[in-house]
Design a protein around this ligand. Structure first.
Ligand SMILES: [Fe+2]
Length: 285
């Protein structure tokens, strides 16, 4: 085991990833970063630009319960967006320019037919280029209850906020090809930031046939050397053997369902095989 760590360290360092890419893998570093950020913000003063008196979409949420669930299981499921907000974002997503990650193709939702553009290019997903132009998305980002949960979980006010509005299209494609297009369909944990937490919202009815998320509860708190010092992607069989089948959960729900997730847990999105899926993911870090 020691020899595998010794050989893995140069691999990680020589991968020319950012320092956050390397340090963010370790829970202790995320904890130290959280404390550092908390004191940095309290000494320097930090404008949150949030009006906590604003109307919330999530008035029935018990904040302490959500935090407890996030800390223990890496997920809190139970947010629900109002119908009119879902409708507004759905409308926006069908009339805004999309791109596929790692590709230059810019297109509209209506250009994609059965996972292909008219010129023959394969499109597994379409990500809105300017999601912040959607007023409803801005309202969710600034929702006071959501922000209190995020701030309490991170331990500081998020310094970076990124919104991803993503269509996933029905298409036959090998898993490896999907991962290259950043579809996140193999079990992985997210690295690249010192610390982060995501709010995800299904904007179409989502089940195991239409791109539902699966994840392994509690895996943000506990990883072995192989998981920490090698690829962030691991085979499902290996993870189930390590964490136990009882910790794997499937998150299915109607449009509007939201869940907050710690992206350092193992998670994946099942490729949609029957219905396309629209998802909003807000990344706070
Ligand atoms: Fe991910």
């Amino acid at each position: 085991m020691v020899s595998s760590i010794i050989t893995a360290i140069p691999n990680v360092i020589s991968s020319k990833k950012s320092i956050a890419h390397i340090l963010g893998r370790f829970k202790i570093n995320r904890w130290l970063y959280s404390i550092y950020s908390k004191y940095q913000q309290s000494f320097l003063g930090y404008s949150k630009n949030i009006n906590y008196e604003n109307k919330t979409f999530f008035k029935d949420i018990h904040i302490d319960f959500a935090l407890k669930s996030l800390k223990k299981e890496a997920v809190f499921i139970g947010l629900k967006l109002p119908k009119e907000i879902v409708t507004e974002i759905q409308g926006f997503s069908k009339n805004t320019l999309l791109a596929q990650e790692n590709a230059k193709a810019h297109f509209y939702y209506s250009d994609v037919k059965n996972g292909y553009l008219p010129d023959g290019r394969v499109i597994v997903q379409g990500i809105a280029i300017e999601p912040l132009k959607c007023d409803a998305i801005q309202q969710i980002i600034n929702d006071p209850v959501l922000r209190v949960i995020i701030e309490k979980y991170l331990g500081y006010s998020p310094k970076k906020i990124r919104a991803l509005l993503r269509w996933s299209f029905v298409l036959e494609l090998p898993d490896e090809a999907r991962m290259k297009l950043s579809q996140g369909n193999l079990y992985h944990y997210d690295i690249g930031e010192f610390n982060s937490v995501y709010a995800n919202f299904y904007l179409s009815d989502t089940d195991r046939y239409s791109g539902a998320h699966t994840m392994i509860k509690g895996s943000h708190n506990c990883k072995n050397f192989r998981m920490l010092f090698n690829s962030a992607i691991q085979p499902k069989d290996y993870l189930i053997k390590y964490y136990g089948q009882h910790n794997e959960i499937l998150i299915e729900g109607e449009e509007g369902l939201g869940f907050i997730q710690d992206p350092y847990c193992y998670h994946r999105a099942i490729p949609p095989i029957k219905e396309e899926r629209l998802l909003l993911q807000i990344q706070f870090s």
